[in-house]
Design a protein around this ligand. Structure first.
Ligand SMILES: *[C@@H]1O[C@H](CO)[C@@H](O)[C@H](O)[C@H]1NC(C)=O
Ligand SMILES: *[C@@H]1O[C@H](CO)[C@@H](O)[C@H](O)[C@H]1NC(C)=O
Ligand SMILES: *[C@@H]1O[C@H](CO)[C@@H](O)[C@H](O)[C@H]1NC(C)=O
Ligand SMILES: *[C@@H]1O[C@H](CO)[C@@H](O)[C@H](O)[C@H]1NC(C)=O
Ligand SMILES: *[C@@H]1O[C@H](CO)[C@@H](O)[C@H](O)[C@H]1NC(C)=O
Ligand SMILES: *[C@@H]1O[C@H](CO)[C@@H](O)[C@H](O)[C@H]1NC(C)=O
Ligand SMILES: *[C@@H]1O[C@H](CO)[C@@H](O)[C@H](O)[C@H]1NC(C)=O
Ligand SMILES: *[C@@H]1O[C@H](CO)[C@@H](O)[C@H](O)[C@H]1NC(C)=O
Ligand SMILES: *[C@@H]1O[C@H](CO)[C@@H](O)[C@H](O)[C@H]1NC(C)=O
Length: 384
């Protein structure tokens, strides 16, 4: 408790340094927000959440998202996993780096095999956003994305607001393309590890539990994790079944097909997978991630109709987690499969699949508004 109020004091002192009407970040480059049961830190780069602290079942505060100790490292990190950032203007993949709007063909830059990932060069997760407003429990960012910056037509103006309320992280994103019709699809690309790598026996994500009661359909993908167009029903017990009951993320690891399940021409095991939700309301829980070791449970609510989960297959074991995480005296390396990215969004590559009926959710022009909202509520497994 002593330590906690000291932190508050430091945050209040640095908030006094106001720059252009907006409080300056602390000396470590981070803005710190708080609400009962939750504390979070953010940087301007890529509208990134760097730290998220909640209490575990023993009352110990845990930093449950991935990131770096050094806020200046995010822009220069060669691996660039898009840690808790906002990719844009069109998240995830664009098939064969091309799409059409009203019969006009646009070519984006292929940066993921033949496909475009997170919009290619000059994408939003590589840019320093403007911070337009900061309060004790909220931060608002804006970005002006010029026409053609990612070879997409028209300029886009967007805002992202993160706010904290009791045990809860709220996220709202709005965007417009006032001049011409263009693809817009956003997400918060959040990487979780609910044990904060402090479980001395296991740092993989496989012992975390996932439940997505409405996620009964899944996009079939090719060897580059690009949807083929087929949306399959998921039968009980299949590799992608997290709807029929809560399951350990590693439950299917012995099933044939788990190896190579997420592309990489067979090298990716686990999930880099896009589920479609059955009809649900924004108030319904879309996904619950929990870990028995820490006892922490996270409920996602979202207005989005699909979700991508990625179980960190490509971690090479050479990147370290933060000093707010782990066990004293142990090394700090994140193993392969050491985390899960959870991305609420619309159907991947929907702009190239008119048969899915997603064009009006992914193409926006004059007079139209893109709106994304989600919240994460944190608690303990046995609490309710
Ligand atoms: C933080 O990262 C930046 C960019 O790589 C580097 O210049 C700086 O020395 C780092 N600071 C610390 C304390 O490691
Ligand atoms: C990409 O190009 C290949 C080869 O021309 C083609 O078979 C495939 O259908 C294309 N995929 C998409 C999503 O356009
Ligand atoms: C696109 O091309 C098709 C086939 O040439 C044509 O039928 C359709 O009207 C065109 N659509 C637009 C919006 O121009
Ligand atoms: C995003 O943009 C940066 C900077 O232009 C570029 O280096 C990177 O390849 C792009 N990558 C992805 C995955 O979007
Ligand atoms: C931030 O605001 C300045 C001044 O309005 C503008 O020039 C710049 O493009 C903005 N940056 C982003 C990332 O939108
Ligand atoms: C964007 O590209 C289009 C097509 O090449 C061109 O007509 C337009 O002037 C470009 N806009 C800007 C702002 O560069
Ligand atoms: C995995 O979780 C189970 C409870 O579901 C627990 O008994 C077991 O010890 C956990 N394994 C590790 C390595 O944490
Ligand atoms: C961690 O636990 C998973 C299953 O929950 C198991 O497959 C893996 O081998 C364990 N890793 C270590 C380093 O113990
Ligand atoms: C999935 O199930 C629905 C009925 O529940 C059916 O209409 C649809 O054709 C099925 N989809 C596939 C790809 O089998």
């Amino acid at each position: 408790m002593m330590k906690y109020s000291l932190c508050l004091f430091v945050a209040a002192a640095s908030a006094a340094a106001v720059r252009g009407g907006v409080p300056a970040p602390g000396p470590d480059g981070r803005y710190t927000l708080e609400a009962p049961g939750i504390r979070a830190q953010f940087i301007p780069y890529a509208a990134t959440l760097t730290n998220l602290f909640v209490k575990d079942k023993n009352g110990v505060e845990r930093d449950i998202v991935l990131g770096y100790d050094n806020a200046s490292f995010y822009p220069v990190d060669p691996g660039h996993p898009v840690y808790n950032a906002v990719p844009g203007r069109y998240a995830n993949r664009i098939g064969n780096a091309t799409f059409k709007i009203d019969n006009v063909t646009y070519n984006t830059v292929a940066n993921d095999g033949p496909n475009t990932l997170h919009s290619g060069p000059n994408n939003w997760s590589f840019r320093v956003w403007n911070v337009t407003e900061v309060t004790k429990n909220s931060i608002t960012y804006s970005i002006y994305d010029p026409a053609n910056s990612t070879n997409m037509p028209g300029h886009v103006e967007a805002t992202v607001t993160y706010s904290l309320s009791k045990n809860k992280w709220n996220i709202v994103m709005d965007a417009i393309s006032p001049d011409t019709k263009t693809p817009i699809m956003l997400t918060q690309h959040t990487y979780f590890q609910l044990d904060a790598f402090a479980n001395p026996d296991n740092r993989t994500i496989w012992n975390h539990t996932m439940h997505m009661p409405k996620a009964r359909r899944v996009m079939e993908v090719d060897g580059n994790a690009l949807p083929t167009g087929v949306i399959a029903n998921i039968s009980k017990g299949a590799i992608d079944d997290f709807w029929s009951k809560p399951r350990k993320l590693g439950f299917a690891s012995e099933q044939p097909g788990f190896q190579g399940h997420c592309g990489g021409d067979g090298a990716c095991h686990g999930y880099n997978t896009n589920w479609a939700f059955d009809k649900k309301s924004t108030k319904d829980i879309a996904a619950t991630l929990s870990s028995e070791w820490s006892g922490i449970k996270a409920d996602l609510r979202t207005n989005q109709e699909a979700i991508v989960l990625y179980t960190c297959n490509w971690n090479d074991g050479k990147t370290e987690f933060k000093s707010t995480q782990g066990v004293k005296g142990q090394d700090k390396f994140i193993p392969r499969d050491g985390c899960i990215a959870i991305e609420a969004q619309d159907y991947v590559d929907g702009i190239n699949h008119p048969e899915w009926g997603r064009l009006d959710k992914q193409l926006f022009g004059p007079g139209q508004k893109y709106h994304w909202e989600s919240s994460w509520t944190f608690g303990l497994i046995d609490e309710d």
